[in-house]
Design a binder for this molecule. Structure first.
Ligand code: SF4
Ligand code: SF4
Length: 79
């Protein structure tokens, strides 16, 4: 058996922390998708603020609670 991934809102760069689509400005479910999907490396079991490129930067949308072992939907891999 081989595993495959789907392009859904969960791994789209337009998904915001409030589970809305930043491009279309409406609420979505994580398993929704549309033709404007734009892939970004999605969260995985090793994701955390500690390996997010936005950690301790002005680009972090949640600077007050960001910490090494926490996480949000704006996570972006730092490698
Ligand atoms: S652009 Fe489409 S796939 Fe991406 S978050 Fe918005 S609705 Fe979802
Ligand atoms: S709060 Fe979100 S954007 Fe900020 S460092 Fe953590 S994972 Fe990254």
């Amino acid at each position: 058996m081989s595993l495959i991934s789907n392009n859904v809102c969960f791994n789209c760069e337009n998904l915001t922390d409030s589970i809305t689509c930043g491009k279309h400005d409406f609420n979505v479910n994580l398993d929704n998708y549309c033709d404007d999907h734009n892939y970004k490396k999605s969260l995985n079991k090793t994701s955390s603020c500690g390996n997010c490129i936005k950690f301790k930067s002005d680009n972090c949308p949640n600077p007050t609670y960001a910490a090494e072992k926490l996480l949000c939907f704006s996570w972006v891999a730092n490698n």
